[in-house]
Design a protein around this ligand. Structure first.
Ligand code: HEM
Length: 413
C-alpha cells in the first residue's frame, strides 16, 4: 500500500507503476475517491465512465480560473510552493466556462475549420515520409530505433509549429520551456522563468502576425472576426500557448501507445495488416484502451454535488480519469481486452462537453498517417522487454518515455 496523508491515498509510485490496476480497485469501490495529488493537494478522482462523462459536461463542475488559486489553497494538505503561471498564458478557453469559453471557442473554430485541417493532409504525409526515411537509414546502422524520438514526437510538433509559424530555430528552446511548464516539477522559480520566456516569445509571434498576416492558420486566428469581436493580444498569446502545448503533449502518445499495443497484440496487428480499412477503428481502440491523457484538467465544484454514490462538497477539486472511464466494464464489455474491431465509439479520450478536444480531427489524421505509413514501410518488433519500458510519471499524460523498435524494410526479407 502506498503513502497516506490525512487518511487518503497519495498518488505516487504505486499509482504510476500501474494506473490501470489502481483505477480498477477504485472503480470497484466507488464512482469517485478523494486522493492526494503528487504536489500535495486533495482532489476527487472520478474513475467510472457514467459519472466521468457527467462531470465533464455538468455546469456545476467549473473551471473559472480567477477563483481557482483560492480553491487550490483550501484543498492543500502539504505545504508546497505554488507555481505561478505567467498571466498572459492562462487566459485560454480550457480555463474558462461559458459564456467566456463560448466566445473564444467560436473565434478559434472560425480559423480551425475542417477544411483547413484537411488541407494539412499532404504536408502531414510529407513530414511523416521524411521521418520514416531517416528511420530507414538508422535501421541500417543500428539494431534498434527509438520510435518516440524518431517519429511520435517530431511529427505532431512539426505540424503544430508550422501551423503557428514558430521558426525552425526557435523550436528547441520552445520545447524546453514547454517541458518545464507541463512537467510542473518542484522548482517554482524554474516554472516562472520558463513561463515568462514563453509569454515573451509568443507575444512577439502575435505582433508579427498582426503586422504581416499570411495565408496560415495563425494569421487566420489573429484576424478571426465574429461580428466585430476579435481575440485581444493576451487571448491570442494564451490560445497559441494552449495549441502548442496540446500539440506537444498528446498526439505523441497516441502514436507511441498505438504502435506499442499493436506490437504487444500480434493477432490484432495481423488483422490490421490484412485489412487496412480497419485503421480508423484501430486508432479509436488505441484512444480507448490507452489514450494519451490520463486525468482531464482540473475542475472544481461550485456547489455540493452528488455524483453516483458520493457527495462531493462545494469547492472540491475534481479530476476525471479518462484512462479509467475508458476501461469501465459497464460501458465497454471486456474493457481490458485490446480489440481493434470493437465499437470503441463513445470513449472519453478527447473529453466531453464544451471542452471536447478542438484538435481531435487533426490528431486522428496524424495518428492514422503515422501508424499506417509505418506499417507500409516496415515490419517491426519491440526491441525491449515490455516490463522494462518506462511510462512518463504525471497525472495528466499517459505515454511511454521511449519505445525502442527493430525495423525491417518491407519487401527486403
Ligand atoms: C490524440 C491527441 C489528443 C488528445 C487525446 C486530446 C485530448 C484532449 C482532451 C481530453 C481535452 C479536454 C480536456 C478537459 O476537458 O479537461 C482536449 C481539449 C483541447 N484540445 Fe486536445 N487532444 C489531442 C490533440 C490535440 C491537438 C493536436 C490540438 C491542437 C492542434 C488540441 C487542442 C485542444 C484544445 C484547444 C482543447 C481545449 C478545448 C476547449 O477548451 O474548448 N488537442 N484535448
Amino acid at each position: 500500500m502506498g503513502e497516506k496523508i490525512a487518511g487518503l491515498d497519495v498518488l505516487g509510485d504505486e499509482y504510476f507503476a500501474d494506473p490501470h490496476a489502481y483505477h480498477a480497485r477504485l472503480r470497484e469501490e466507488s464512482a469517485a475517491t478523494e486522493v492526494v495529488l503528487p504536489r500535495g493537494m486533495k482532489a476527487w478522482l472520478v474513475t467510472r465512465y457514467d459519472e466521468g462523462r457527467l462531470a465533464l459536461a455538468d455546469p456545476r463542475f467549473v473551471k473559472h480560473f480567477e477563483r481557482f488559486p483560492e480553491v487550490v489553497e483550501k484543498n492543500r494538505v502539504v505545504d508546497t510552493e505554488a507555481a505561478a503561471f505567467d498571466e498572459s498564458l492562462v487566459r485560454h478557453m480550457l480555463n474558462l466556462d461559458p459564456p467566456d469559453h463560448t466566445r473564444l471557442r467560436k473565434l478559434v473554430t472560425k480559423a480551425f475549420t475542417a477544411r483547413r485541417v484537411e488541407q494539412l493532409r499532404p504536408r502531414v504525409r510529407e513530414i511523416t515520409d521524411g521521418l520514416l526515411d531517416r528511420m530507414a537509414e538508422q535501421a541500417g546502422t543500428a539494431s534498434a530505433v527509438e520510435l518516440v524520438d524518431a517519429l511520435a514526437f517530431p511529427l505532431p510538433i512539426t505540424v503544430i509549429c508550422e501551423m503557428l509559424d514558430v521558426p525552425m530555430d526557435d523550436r528547441k528552446k520552445f520545447r524546453e520551456w514547454s517541458n518545464a511548464l507541463v512537467a510542473g516539477g518542484p522548482d517554482a522559480q524554474a516554472i516562472a522563468t520558463a513561463g515568462a520566456a514563453m509569454a515573451h516569445f509568443l507575444s512577439e509571434l502575435v505582433e508579427d502576425k498582426r503586422a504581416k498576416p499570411g495565408d496560415d492558420f495563425f494569421s487566420a486566428l489573429v484576424h478571426a472576426d465574429d461580428e466585430g469581436d476579435r481575440l485581444d493580444r493576451t487571448e491570442l498569446v494564451s490560445m497559441a500557448f494552449l495549441l502548442l502545448v496540446a500539440g506537444h503533449e498528446t498526439t505523441v502518445n497516441l502514436i507511441a501507445n498505438g504502435v506499442y499495443h499493436l506490437l504487444r497484440h500480434p493477432e490484432q496487428l495481423a488483422k490490421l495488416r490484412a485489412d487496412r480499412s480497419l485503421l480508423p477503428g484501430a486508432i479509436e481502440e488505441v484512444l480507448r484502451f490507452e489514450g494519451p491523457i490520463n486525468q482531464a484538467t482540473f475542475r472544481y465544484t461550485n456547489e455540493d454535488v452528488r455524483l453516483g454514490d458520493v457527495l462531493i462538497p462545494k469547492d472540491s477539486v475534481v479530476l476525471v480519469s479518462l484512462l479509467s472511464a475508458n476501461r469501465d466494464g459497464s460501458r465497454f464489455p471486456e474493457a481490458d481486452r485490446f480489440d481493434i474491431t470493437r465499437p470503441a465509439g463513445g470513449h472519453l479520450a478527447f473529453g466531453h462537453g464544451v471542452h471536447y478536444c478542438l484538435g481531435a480531427p487533426l490528431a486522428r489524421m496524424e495518428g492514422e498517417i503515422a501508424i499506417g505509413s509505418l506499417l507500409d514501410r516496415f515490419d517491426l518488433e519491440l526491441a525491449a522487454e515490455p516490463e522494462t519500458l518506462r511510462w512518463r510519471a504525471g497525472t495528466l499524460v499517459r505515454g511511454l518515455a521511449s519505445l525502442p523498435v527493430s525495423l525491417t524494410p518491407r519487401g527486403s526479407r
